[in-house]
Write a protein that binds this ligand. Structure first.
Ligand code: KIV
Length: 298
């Protein structure tokens, strides 16, 4: 559990963790309970990922997620007032069309969503947008490798940087983002040895997801790591709980209790003083001991 007095995580403190060789733990969060759980468990950062489109909203990919949907979930996460750094994921088309869009939308994540920083996908092609957002005083996290907003161009959810040429492009993209000023870079679905190489060449921390243990930190999707869905998870997911199974068990027990009139019990109901009850009884003519199953309107 995190200490209550622990200072808030900042982009700078993540950098210092890398310098001390301390691994950084990040998880996605989409609402108040997930943010509170992550913070109480001592996670360094919570990412309001556009993965919410798939795991919360039921879309088939992240491309349909809108700014309004992202801000709605960011606001819920921000109300948890976490010690963990809060990072908002910029959705598809919120930063690609123009740097003006990128700055305006990144600003909304802080001003309206209560985030501390934003994340966006892409390498050298995003340098202008990243620079403009940084110039507005907004910390930026990069995201390379499998970038789900580009799945149409990538040909699906598949590992990246598997050939020497694509691994070199990935390294050059990472160096360009670092040079521009990102405070960290997510590496998704990249061979471990490529992620290790990139991590060793960067001053800023890499946060891996399906990129092996050599990254400076790890990030997983809340619903994947806690087993909150039964659809197939990618091979890089480790499940630490089966919350969907737990939820099903709890709900079935509730349903059985309701069916058998075991719930609610007297401890779940509100008392009424006897004299008030007597007054009501004489007013409406309820027989003493009259009960619901005796077909009164009560
Ligand atoms: O949207 C998301 O959850 C992400 C993480 C998987 C890095 O981008």
């Amino acid at each position: 559990m995190a200490s209550v007095s622990a200072p808030r995580t900042t982009p700078q403190s993540l950098l210092e963790k890398k310098q001390r060789g301390e691994p950084i733990a990040v998880v996605t969060a989409y609402d108040l309970p997930s943010a509170l759980a992550a913070d109480r468990a001592g996670l360094d950062a919570v990412l309001v990922g556009d993965s919410l489109g798939m795991v919360v909203l039921g879309y088939g990919d992240t491309l349909r997620v809108t700014m309004e949907e992202m801000l709605h979930h960011c606001r819920a996460v921000s109300r948890a007032r976490t010690r963990a750094l809060r990072i908002g994921d910029m959705p598809f088309l919120s930063y690609q069309a123009s740097t003006a869009d990128a700055v305006r939308n990144a600003g909304r994540f802080l001003a309206e969503g209560g985030m501390d920083a934003v994340k966006l996908e892409g390498g050298r092609e995003r340098v202008a947008a990243v620079r403009a957002i940084l110039d507005a005083g907004i910390p930026v996290m990069g995201h390379l490798g499998l970038t789900p907003q580009s799945i149409r161009a990538l040909g699906g959810f598949r590992p990246q940087g598997v050939t020497a040429a694509s691994a070199l492009r990935l390294l050059e993209d990472a160096l360009a983002l670092e040079e521009t000023g990102v405070f960290s870079i997510v590496l998704e679905a990249v061979p471990e040895r490529v992620a290790a190489l990139v991590t060793s060449r960067l001053r800023v921390p890499t946060i891996g997801i399906g990129a092996g243990a050599s990254c400076d930190g790890q990030v997983l999707v809340f619903h994947d790591l806690l087993g909150f869905q039964d659809s197939l998870s990618p091979r890089f997911v480790k499940r630490y709980a089966n919350l969907l199974g737990e939820a099903e068990r709890g709900l079935a027990a509730y349903k059985d209790d309701v069916a058998a009139r075991r719930f609610p019990g007297p401890e779940h109901t509100y008392p009424m003083p006897d004299d008030e009850w007597e007054k009501l009884r004489s007013e409406v003519g309820v027989e003493s001991g009259e009960r619901r199953e005796e077909k009164t309107r009560w």
